[in-house]
Design a protein. Sequence first.
Length: 145
Amino acid sequence: MLESYESGVSDLIEYFIISGMMMILIIITILTITPVAIYHPVDQLSEYAFIDIGNGVSTRIVDLYVISPEEVGNITSKFDIPDDVVGREYEVIIESEERGDVVSVSYGNIRRVVPLAGIGETLGVRGNTTGHGLNVIQYNSTGWE
């Protein structure tokens, strides 16, 4: 009578099936964890940093407006903002919208807008910059051509 050694083969097949299923689950986990664990927090941090940068630029513009001369005169102010946010370069644009003048800080599809506290109603403000180097705000009571 021959002995049956099927249990050894079935254990091996079971091991291969379970190992294959685990490999598939690990691959799926690796592919889905990158956007959830890395990109989402970086985007969220960028949004908060853009709001802070927009508030800083808005404050500098408001401060310049407060000390601006009523008569003929001009003021030039230099300031620095971070070169990048989590390794991403960004752009700061001062533009007019239906709500008034705003400071818009953006990178790719992330954009945060900070209002200019009513200055746009009495004094036209416009311009753009990036985080590299010193940035300049200029005021001229006679206007710019």
